[in-house]
Design a protein around this ligand. Structure first.
Ligand code: G3H
Ligand code: 13P
Ligand code: ZN
Length: 309
């Protein structure tokens, strides 16, 4: 997936899911737009679904692709794994890929733990993503007040020491729906493309991962607030910047918050307009449709992953 994304100058979407409707929307959106897809779950999402239940959901997603006679590749990935044991457990359960996120530790500790996971994962034909630099915000159960950008001069040594297959970097994105504190009318600051370009110069062709890449779409924030929600001072990464990153060394773009917002917006509208509705299919169904449309939009208009398979 990554080598094709690198030569094709696009990024593979990595969408987080926590339930059946999200998973169906992601798969349907990617089948319809002929896009490769990485289905990812955090440790807490895996606990929510149930570690034993999850492989069955993933198998069902694969069946959807086969039944549609689609050729899109699908990976199941652990997002922000925080221990060797969690990564091992996911590998044993059949994941195709795991992230070990030890980015909040020292360089040496990060490299040591990442190496340990790589050895076990590669023996089992599983690929590994690690992270260098720290993103502000919540990374699963890890909360960082301030970000620290990735230092390009550390990247080659880290890759040599660990043997990881892809690397998440910190260039100004962060997790969640409040990425920047902006004054009214102010634009989000540009991502640190100089860092990304310097990393690409040092390790040409190596797949880079961008976390915290939700755009926090205005239409969903407006819809949420119009129908009784209260989301203030939200800010995301402008689509234009994601397009630029996807054409450079960024091969995987992580999107979670935008999917949450799309579903919440649709559900709020139904609850507000039809207060007597109590059939979950009548609000989860439209929420799934809204998410499907969003996935097609991202693949087609932002990541460039549509029409590749
Ligand atoms: O990067 C973190 C993801 O958005 C997952 O969040 O731990 O709430 O599932 P979560
Ligand atoms: P967002 O919160 O911007 O969607 O980031 C998701 C992410 O990085 C998952 O690992
Ligand atoms: Zn992340």
């Amino acid at each position: 997936m990554f080598s094709r994304a690198m030569t094709g100058k696009y990024a593979v979407p990595a969408y987080n899911f926590n339930n059946m409707e999200q998973l169906q929307a992601i798969i349907t959106g990617c089948i319809r737009s002929n896009s490769p897809v990485i289905l990812q779950v955090s440790g807490s999402a895996r606990n929510y679904i149930g570690a034993g239940f999850l492989p069955h959901l993933a198998a069902a997603a694969r069946s959807m692709v086969e039944e549609a006679r689609s050729a899109i590749p699908v990976a199941l990935h652990l997002d922000h794994g925080n221990s060797f044991e969690l990564a091992k457990s996911c590998i044993e359960a059949g994941f195709s890929s795991v992230m070990i996120d030890a980015s909040h530790h020292s360089f040496e500790e990060n490299a040591k733990l990442s190496r340990e996971v790589v050895e076990y994962a590669h023996d089992n034909d599983v690929t590994v993503e690690a992270e260098l630099g720290v993103l502000a915000g919540i990374e699963d159960e890890v909360v960082a007040e301030k970000s620290s950008y990735t230092r390009p001069e550390e990247v080659e040594k880290f890759l040599e020491m660990t043997g990881v297959d892809s690397l998440a970097i910190s260039i100004g994105t962060s997790h969640g729906a409040h990425k920047f504190k902006l004054k009214p009318g102010e634009e989000p600051p540009p991502l640190k493309f100089d860092i990304l370009e310097e990393i690409e110069r040092r390790v040409p062709g190596f797949p880079i991962v961008l976390h915290g890449a939700s755009s926090v779409m205005a239409k969903h924030i407006e819809q949420i607030n119009r129908f009784g929600g209260k989301m203030e001072n939200t800010a995301g990464i402008p689509e234009e910047q994601l397009r630029r990153a996807a054409a450079l060394a960024v091969c995987k773009v992580n999107i979670d918050s935008d999917g949450r917002l799309a579903m919440t917006a649709a559900i709020r509208q139904i609850f507000a307009e039809k207060p007597s509705e109590f059939d979950p299919r009548k609000y989860l169904g439209p929420a799934r449709d809204e998410l499907t449309e969003m996935i097609i939009h991202k693949n087609t208009q932002v990541l460039g992953s549509a029409g590749r398979y």
